[in-house]
Design a protein around this ligand. Structure first.
Ligand code: NIG
Ligand code: FE
Length: 457
């Protein structure tokens, strides 16, 4: 066990080192070098330029940095040049070794960043789906022992290898729908052994699968069965045993919490997140999902990178997040799947200058989908986003929500070469033609990993 953990940490370090090396590389890049790969002549190349400096806000969210007849040249795992085909072919040399990918007539854009997912779980919960169709609510199912706690009981029975094998097809589905970076939470273990087991599976997925995973510790997802009568003891366990061990083993970059009525209140959330922050973890919160929990204000007070869900967030919560620079991550797939009547106030957030992001919330209970395109459609139809705003939210802003804005989310020189070629001639088709997969090709870290329905991984 010990040895396995060492190995995981080493591999995470390797990925980080590789990305640092790639940012050094771009500084010593020689003009006219023979590039490894070039995507040529996109009808619309959405660069999202400027995204590397800062997320998009307000009317800036409609600016996709579109280049007609655009090309992107790739060296190693990063972008060497971006521009019109003429500009790029002047800047770089296409040699015999260069792989040329023709994108004529198509849209090319950065891979999606999915900044909120729960991808490691055992078994599915379609029975609850049916119970909800018959009239039960999500909180009712949870308080009767279903919901998150039923997934916890099943994850504890599963081996790390089983969890890994179950998660792989989910990651493949994400990749094939255009996602190239994802955040991944623990939170179905809820004891030291099983939270570590989950985070080790996430580390192994990060190592073995082309997708990049940003690991988040979510020990405070729910109070497990054995601590229902002594929640104080469970909070102590998180603060004194889980957080220190997760940090010592370098298994998470973020700490998240389900701050919600009947789960963790604001006082408990403040305690846990303060301990996490002091231990060196960055913060996220599930906030104001089912009721106004005060979570958005707490996110602002603690300097969280993001606050997520935010269905019931009011004007004060929006103002607090704007003042503190918290990124709202909205999850319209969850509201849709739980048949909520109310969606997060995205337009108010955009009007307040918040760089809102979108995510799937992939999980077996409240949102069983890997598809970011579906989320874009729901965001447009139910939260009033324009297609351009939804694309900014799912690329640049989503990258900043996982603290990767300087690495991914835009197609600019030096960014990681994560590109998706879409079978469409203009980007407005992306949320409009819904429920089918229009991804043609996915290039991840400079490698062609998916094309015409086939994985090359
Ligand atoms: O983000 N809100 C809490 N957690 C998940 C649901 C997890 C589950 O039902 O298994 C969410 O919606
Ligand atoms: Fe969630």
């Amino acid at each position: 066990m010990r040895c396995m953990r060492q190995e995981v940490v080493t591999c995470q370090e390797k990925k980080l080192k590789a990305s640092r090396a790639s940012s050094r590389l771009r500084e010593i890049q020689v003009p006219h070098q023979e590039v490894d790969l070039i995507v040529r002549n996109a009808k619309q190349l959405l660069t999202l330029r400027g995204g590397r400096k800062e997320p998009r806000r307000g009317s800036g969210m409609t600016d996709l940095g579109v280049i007609e007849n655009g090309s992107v040249a790739v060296q190693g795992d990063h972008i060497a040049a971006v521009g019109t085909d003429q500009e790029v072919t002047r800047q770089v040399f296409i040699g015999a070794r260069t792989e040329v990918v023709d994108a004529s007539g198509r849209v090319v854009m950065p891979g999606f960043v999915d900044p909120h997912t729960h991808p490691v779980f055992a078994g599915t919960r379609e029975e609850e789906f049916e119970l909800r169709l018959k009239g039960a609510s999500y909180p009712e199912i949870a308080s009767a022992g279903g919901g998150i706690r039923s997934s916890v009981r099943r994850l504890r029975q599963a081996t790390a290898e089983e969890l890994f094998q179950d998660a792989l097809p989910r990651l493949n589905r994400m990749l094939s729908h255009g996602t190239t970076t994802m955040e991944a939470k623990s939170g179905y273990g809820l004891d030291l052994t099983n939270e570590l087991k989950t985070l080790e599976v996430i580390a192994k997925l990060n190592r073995d699968h082309p997708l990049d995973l940003v690991p988040t510790f979510l020990g405070a997802h729910e109070v497990p069965d054995e601590y229902r009568q002594d929640r104080e003891e469970y909070i102590r366990l998180i603060e004194e045993e889980m957080i220190p061990r997760v940090v010592a083993d370098d298994l998470a970059e973020f700490c998240d919490i389900f701050c919600e009525q009947d789960v963790f209140d604001v006082f408990e959330s403040r305690r846990i997140l303060t301990a996490a922050r002091e231990a060196g973890l960055k913060l996220k919160l599930h906030a104001d999902e089912l009721a106004a929990s005060g979570g958005s204000q707490l996110a602002a007070e603690l300097g969280a990178i993001s606050a997520d869900h935010l269905v019931y967030t009011d004007a004060d919560g929006i103002a607090a997040m704007a003042a503190a620079g918290v990124i709202p991550v909205l999850l319209p797939g969850t509201t849709f799947f739980l048949r909520g009547e109310r969606y997060a106030p995205a337009r108010e957030m955009i009007a307040a200058g918040l760089p809102m992001a979108l995510a799937t919330d992939l999980n077996p209970g409240s949102c069983m989908t890997e598809s970011m395109p579906m989320i874009l459609t729901l965001a447009c139809l139910n939260m009033g986003l324009l297609p351009s705003e939804a694309i900014s939210a799912a690329t640049v802003n989503a990258a900043w929500a996982v603290d990767r804005g300087r690495m991914v989310g835009s197609l600019e020189q030096g960014q990681r070469a994560d590109l998706v070629i879409w079978d469409m001639d203009n980007y407005k088709i992306l949320p409009y033609h819904y429920g089918v997969n229009l991804v043609d090709t996915v290039i991840k870290s400079g490698r062609l990993v998916y094309r015409d329905g086939q994985f090359h991984i």
